[in-house]
Design a protein. Structure first.
Length: 675
């Protein structure tokens, strides 16, 4: 940052981001008396970050290249709104050196490090070369300029398999592939380079020796313009899927005071080596022998910064803004104290049952119940659309407590009181992670999800008690809806009849189970019959889509929502989506056409690898779909012949659009045999 824009108070801050991080930055800025400006794409016109800012500016259509990644559009918004500073959040342009330089040239305060530091640390190859020269321990690898396949093959043989292929220009698991042997390397290079070019605009790759079952430990560093650099302790981010973080905590269960001092000192040296200013994170891999290796430096605020805030009592966004104004840190290393333990989970719009496939659609209900020691950073609201254009992370739920175990249990309970109905999401999976013995013992490594959920994550099967609760909740909803339409009936008469008890019969179905249930009401109690048994269910209380029921003496708390013939229920452990049919309703159509390959989500077709008439085997790659900043392979579910291809590279598709049709092998054989 140029000296001419240091030592100047920020009056109007434009936040060049969206979602929960935009909301997070806006709230702190407003608490400091700073006027705030939000930017938004056409897809985000009604998003929460737009509503809470003092001003908001449209910057383009939904695709990120035409909005949140458009430097010109953001600078125009800053000029037209009177902003004198820009906070980039994380992702998008936050680690774009050209953007930081453009802000400086426009006379704007960029709330981040100098452009040169971003450039040096933003490229994995260059940053690794720099760290080696600075004496920071690094993973053995290949980071040279020769990007030919021959160079990578030779380097991998010298390093020794397994290796990691990584995009030099990015992070977040994009452009990254784990390679076990030489035969798999060429395809891994092709896929990683394609994904990197689409995500970061650069196909440059590096290789690193794959350290199996390491811990992912990172150090929060901070520096000001006055030569002060310190660290705020470590975070453990080992629980990951597809190399993207899911659970983060501070401090790390694997780091003691001695190791913290060593790894913290290395992080500070890394920051000093590039003349760093502001908030940054130096990431390390920690092996089983407590050896640590430099991984990369993120020259921005991290998604997981709240856990550091919870254990240090510091507001990192406020510190960023004060440093950007030219103020000194106002704290020295010895004054940094870590108190208690904090754990954060990321709530993603994705389906763990389907290998964490991203999900889109309308948020039908977003409901959470804050508790002691609980913080929620979100940027979503009921009625909002989850778009295929952006990252699937919707919110972060953070807990703080005196011990790690108290914190872990507190967070699991908070998740149990949280409901996100609509898009598939990982709420239930997160609860399972927190309750896994390996995680509870503080022994999770980066292999945790692959090892503990080796066969994939299986959704729990609803039991009879779940069905009883669902039936009563559906009955109460229908009763209240009828009462609201009646106009003159007193609430005291609900569930009362001068004849037979008020009742209804339901068929409740999930993807795996079906229950036939009858409900009859008598005041606040219900007689429920199912599986030739009779149960008493009492409605204790409830409002705003929440209820407490007593089922055969056990109290059940649940959030619920009825949408036509669908009933969503979230209790302390599981979320169910029930199909509800009253007695006499037609049965739902369960038929499906074999061989029809549908788009699993909204997205863009990157490539198609087959033609009409081609013979294929089960598992063959048919197409690649890009959605939510990741590339997803569409594979053949069965052997057969391609009957039709309905899409081409570059096509935009919606969820459930027909992509291809296969004539299954079994069908072909049966036709031949019948002739």
């Amino acid at each position: 940052m140029g000296a001419e824009i240091v030592n100047r108070a920020i009056e109007t801050l434009l936040v060049a981001n969206r979602g929960e991080i935009a909301c997070r930055v806006i709230r702190t800025a407003k608490s400091m008396g700073i006027r705030t400006v939000a930017v938004y794409s056409e897809a985000d016109e009604d998003a929460p970050h737009v509503r809470i800012a003092d001003d908001a500016r449209l910057i383009g259509p939904a695709p990120v290249g035409e909005s949140y990644l458009s430097i010109d559009a953001i600078l125009d918004a800053a000029k037209n709104s009177g902003a004198d500073a820009i906070h980039p959040g994380y992702g998008f342009l936050s680690e774009n050196a050209k953007f930081a330089e453009s802000c400086e040239n426009a006379g704007l305060i960029f709330v981040g490090p100098p452009a040169k530091a971003i450039e040096q640390m933003g490229n994995k190859a260059e940053s690794k070369r720099l760290m080696i020269s600075a004496g920071v321990p690094c993973v053995p690898g290949y980071e040279d300029h020769d990007q030919s396949e021959e160079a990578f093959v030779g380097a991998a043989e010298q390093i020794g398999y397994p290796v990691m292929v990584k995009a030099a220009a990015g992070g977040g698991g994009r452009g990254m592939r784990f390679v076990e042997d030489a035969a798999a390397l060429p395809e891994a290079l092709t896929l990683a380079r394609s994904e990197a070019e689409n995500a970061f605009g650069s196909g440059e790759l590096i290789l690193e020796k794959a350290i199996l079952r390491p811990r992912h430990v990172e150090i929060q560093v901070f520096a000001d313009h006055h030569g002060n650099t310190l660290h705020l302790g470590e975070r453990d981010c080992s629980v990951q899927r597809r190399h993207q973080k899911v659970v983060e905590e501070a401090p790390s269960p694997a780091v003691d005071e001695t190791l913290r001092a060593k790894i913290g000192a290395a992080a500070v040296e890394a920051a000093k080596a590039v003349g760093y200013v502001g908030a940054g994170t130096v990431e390390f891999l920690l092996d089983e022998d407590q050896n640590f290796y430099f991984l990369e430096m993120n020259t921005r605020l991290q998604v997981e910064h709240p856990v550091t805030e919870m254990v240090t009592g510091l507001d990192l966004v406020e510190m960023q803004l004060r440093v950007a104004q030219g103020e000194a840190l106002g704290i020295v290393q010895d004054e940094v104290q870590l108190t208690g333990h904090a754990i954060e989970v990321r709530l993603y719009a994705e389906d763990p049952v389907e290998n964490f496939l991203p999900s889109t659609g309308s948020i039908e209900l977003w409901s959470l119940s804050d508790g002691h020691g609980i913080r929620v950073d979100d940027g979503i609201a009921t009625g909002q659309q989850v778009s295929p254009f952006y990252d699937p992370m919707l919110a972060k739920i953070i807990a703080h407590g005196g011990t790690r175990d108290i914190t872990r249990q507190r967070l699991a309970e908070a998740l149990g009181r949280t409901a996100l109905f609509g898009p598939a999401n990982n709420r239930d999976f997160l609860i399972s992670v927190l309750q896994e013995p390996v995680f509870a013992a503080g022994q999770a490594t980066t292999a945790f999800i692959d090892e503990v959920f080796a066969g994939g994550y299986s959704a729990p099967v609803p039991n009879l008690s779940d069905a009883l609760a669902a039936a009563v909740l559906r009955f109460i909803w229908a009763r209240d809806k009828a009462h609201a339409a009646s106009g003159r009936v007193s609430k005291a008469l609900l569930n009362w009849s001068s004849r037979a008890p008020v009742g209804a019969q339901f068929q409740l179905s999930t993807a795996t189970e079906t229950f036939s249930v009858s409900v009859s009401a008598d005041g606040g109690k219900y007689c429920v019959r199912a599986n030739e048994q009779e149960f008493e269910v009492e409605h204790l209380d409830g409002e705003n889509n929440r209820a407490r029921l007593k089922i055969d003496g056990a109290v059940v708390e649940a959030a619920y929502l009825v949408l036509d013939d669908r009933l969503f229920v979230a209790n302390g452990q599981n979320t169910w989506e029930w199909a509800v049919h009253r007695a006499g309703d037609a049965e739902p159509d369960q038929t499906g056409a074999d061989g029809r390959i549908l788009a699993p989500m909204h997205g863009r077709v990157i490539d198609v690898f087959t033609l009409k008439g081609a013979n294929i085997e089960t598992g063959d790659r048919l197409a690649t779909l890009e959605a939510m900043k990741m590339q997803h392979q569409i594979s053949a579910p069965t052997a057969g012949t391609i009957k039709a291809v309905h899409v081409s590279a570059g096509d935009q598709v919606a969820a459930d659009d027909l992509l291809l049709e296969i004539e299954p092998e079994e069908t072909e054989r049966s036709e031949i045999e019948s002739r």
